[in-house]
Design a protein around this ligand. Structure first.
Ligand code: MF3
Ligand code: CO
Length: 253
């Protein structure tokens, strides 16, 4: 069931989203070769707490394997849900960050892929295209249109460039909890409701250099590309109004 949000709720979600983007603007310059991904997690957790929010991902999921960190850090062949660890970022890594804040019950969700030092031209092109896929998806998210127009826009752009699109994980409704209906797939499939005022969704293309097929590691979280080639992931939270669409999280590039 899709929970449409009223103006007051969207105001709360927008404030949460703005806070998350502000956090990223401070965090991204710190994502450099030599930094441990656990340090990124600790920094994030403390920043969110100081700002008066709660990390929306910490403890999320099933009771026997809750997500153990405040931010997902997924490097190179890791697509999403990478768990911070003692691993250090290396020159040329593509580091995908994904984080959410709970601010007074209003949930935001945003992801960005950061190039650590100088990445190869091929990886940079992948990253640029993944970000373009996100903005194509947002441009297709219009009141009165069908939801899967977003998926068509994302998949079409990625395919044109010869990349794989992850089909096993999707964007989603967001705002009052982290994952709400509807699913927002990056490859068209499933329910195709019309987008109407009050719809708040996270659009999050996961674009792979090679195959769109993925595996989940034994930790139960880390999603990796099946062919071990790199992946990029970009995400915004947006709101649909009766006559326009608004990005609630802010551009980071
Ligand atoms: N932003 C991601 C998503 O939209 C990550 C949430 S899963 C979590 O699905 F467990 F890490 F919180
Ligand atoms: Co999301």
């Amino acid at each position: 069931m899709i929970r449409l949000k009223n103006e007051k709720q969207i105001d709360g979600i927008r404030t949460s989203c703005r806070l998350l983007s502000a956090m990223y603007r401070e965090l991204i310059p710190l994502v450099k070769p030599g930094v441990q991904t656990l340090e990124i997690d600790k920094w994030t957790r403390e920043w969110i707490r100081k700002a008066g929010g709660k990390p929306a991902f910490l403890g999320y999921g099933s009771k026997n394997n809750p997500y153990p960190a405040s931010i997902c850090v997924s490097i190179n062949n890791e697509v999403i849900h990478g768990i911070p660890s003692k691993r250090r970022i290396q020159e040329g890594d593509l580091v995908s960050l994904d984080c959410g804040i709970d601010l007074g019950g209003y949930i935001s969700d945003q992801a960005v892929s950061v190039e650590a030092g100088r990445v190869s031209g091929k990886v940079h092109d992948l990253n640029v295209t993944a970000r373009e896929c996100l903005y194509r998806g947002i441009a297709a998210a219009k009141p009165g249109e069908r939801l899967l127009e977003i998926s068509r826009a994302v998949e079409g752009h990625a395919k044109e460039k010869g990349y794989g699109v992850v089909h096993e994980f999707c964007g989603h409704g967001v705002g009052l909890s982290l994952h709400e209906d509807p699913q927002v797939p990056n490859v068209p499939h499933g329910p195709n409701p019309r987008m109407t005022g009050g719809l708040v969704i996270a659009i999050e293309p996961m674009i792979n250099m090679g195959t769109g097929d993925v595996d989940v590691l034994d930790d139960g979280w880390t999603v990796v590309t099946a062919d071990e080639k790199p992946a990029a992931h970009w995400e915004h939270t947006i709101a649909i109004f009766r006559d326009h669409t608004e990005m609630l999280t802010e551009p980071l590039e």
